[in-house]
Design a protein around this ligand. Structure first.
Ligand code: NAD
Length: 459
């Protein structure tokens, strides 16, 4: 099949390469010529395992190419996937300007029947709007259909995820269009869910909101565990063994971030607010997530008796999660900004995200290092902010010899408390009864008072 993919970011570049890998003729379109030049030169603008090889294979076989011209990209396309960004707008809404602009560009150039498919995450009503724009802009006699096919890949495993989706959702008001889009995915074992625009649009937001809520629930239980001296890892592992609940997304840490959950949860809340529908459960998820990194910095501050000014922290992790170079809405950035705001200096290391972090965070009071150990010499404490697996294998005696104080704040529950404490560290985790947690519970009389009063979590 001839496919055009518009937008070559995390979704569109991976999508282009995977669709080509399935044997389609694919043209990827992007307005960012510098990005296209990198891709053509075999340098990926994003870090995704397996992506460079797949792109190289498509270019070598001649069924994957890139252009900055929408008109050229859609020339022979039977299916056109819109994969441009839908960032958060000022009011919490999804900013649809790129999607609608692309719809206009398609309409102005389309000269044959094609199905225009929105893969970008867009709120209810957007596909109808795309259809109207196409009706306004296409030449008379040119037929088209619109479909919604939201993407569920996760950064860090996106090539695998696109090849092994849990389900494919295709929503349209045209059964023929649904079947044409289904042709692209029909060789995959995953179920194809055929529905209307609104269901397809909502399935994506409902999925992300529920996943975010699971994480937030685990974070809330971690806060409770900190107060009552229980181990959240044990608690949530056992909770997740119930097949009605499922084990995934129950790891307590620094909350959810990234380019999707924050904006998608906000956009869902915005949609409900526009319809005057209260969604207090979703509000709870959003508000609790905003507090997680504050609580973590509060822990650090409590240990240092509120004196972070002049301290130096060795930070491991900048990406919003392991497996990606993406720092958008990264909890690590929020923690670093708070530490810097309190007068601390930070030396940071991330295996993949340093370049992107420099663009966001700059270099004031922040030094970027080439390996984990370089961050540590003379630092007042080690702070783990991203769950990169390599941080589990730190040489703890080397860490101990480098740090000024043998103190670790582990925002991702990466390390084994028993081992770390045996190595002589004061260790803090998220919702685990560690020696460090016992120290600050003793220091913070409000914690103790709350515990004895049986009061809630809202510290
Ligand atoms: N990143 C994810 O993990 C993920 C997962 C599922 C769904 N999504 C959704 O997919 C969409 C894209 O996300 P992303 O992370 O790939 O975004 P991204 O920011 O990485 O990429 C978007 C790309 O679109 C290009 N672009 C913008 N306007 C354009 C135009 N008029 N013509 C051609 N190209 C244009 C940009 O230059 C950029 O390369 C969003 O709606 C997002 O919510 C993302």
């Amino acid at each position: 099949m001839n496919i055009c993919v518009i937008g070559t970011g995390y979704v569109g570049l991976v999508g282009s390469a995977v669709f080509a890998g399935w044997g389609n003729q694919v043209v990827g379109v992007d307005v960012d010529q510098a990005k296209l030049d990198m891709i053509q030169a075999g340098v990926m603008p994003i870090y995704e395992p397996g992506l460079p090889e797949l792109v190289a294979q498509g270019i070598r076989r001649g069924n994957l190419r890139f252009t900055n011209s929408t008109a050229e990209g859609i020339k022979d396309a039977e299916v056109i996937f819109i994969c441009v960004g839908t960032p958060q707008g000022a009011a919490g809404n999804a900013d649809l300007s790129s999607v609608l602009q692309v719809a206009r560009q398609i309409g102005q150039s389309l000269d044959h029947y094609a199905v225009v498919v929105t893969k970008s995450t867009v709120p209810v009503g957007t596909n109808q709007r795309v259809k109207e724009i196409l009706q306004e802009t296409t030449q008379q006699g040119v037929l088209f259909d619109v479909a919604s096919c939201p993407e569920f890949l996760a950064q860090g495993t996106s090539v695998y995820d696109m090849d092994h989706p849990s389900r494919t959702v295709i929503g349209s008001d045209s059964p023929e269009a649904i079947e044409l889009v289904a042709e692209v995915f029909k060789h995959l074992p995953a179920a194809i869910i055929r529905c209307g625009f609104a269901e397809a649009e909502l399935i994506k937001y409902a999925s992300n909101a529920l996943l975010a809520t699971k994480i937030t629930f685990a974070d809330s239980m971690a806060s409770l565990c900190d107060l009552v001296g229980a181990d959240v890892v044990l608690v949530m592992d056992a909770v997740g063994k119930d097949p009605r609940i499922g084990a995934m997304f129950l790891r307590a840490g620094l909350g959810w971030g990234g380019s999707c959950f924050p904006k998608d949860v906000e956009a869902l809340a915005y949609l409900a607010s526009q319809l005057s529908l209260p969604l207090p459960q979703l509000d709870g998820t959003r508000n609790t997530n905003r507090r997680v990194h504050k609580r973590f910095v509060h822990k650090i501050s409590l240990y240092f008796d509120g004196k972070l000014d002049g301290k130096t922290f060795a930070v491991l992790g900048l990406a919003f999660k392991a497996g990606t170079d993406d720092t958008r809405e990264s909890p690590a950035k929020k923690v670093i900004m708070r530490l810097r705001g309190a007068g601390a200096r930070v030396r940071a290391y991330d295996p993949k995200a340093t370049e992107k972090a420099i663009l966001d965070l700059g270099t004031t009071s922040l030094e970027y290092c080439d390996n984990p150990y370089e961050t540590m010499a003379g630092a007042d404490a080690l702070v783990i902010l991203t769950d990169w697996p390599e941080f589990k294998g730190l040489d703890l005696s080397r860490v101990n010899s480098l740090l000024k104080n043998p103190v670790i704040f582990d925002g991702r529950n990466m390390l084994d408390p028993e081992t770390v404490e045996r190595e002589g560290f004061i260790y803090f985790a998220m919702g685990r009864p560690t020696n460090g947690q016992r120290i600050i519970n003793g220091k913070d009389t409000t914690y103790v008072a709350k515990l004895t009063n049986g009061a809630g979590l809202n510290k």
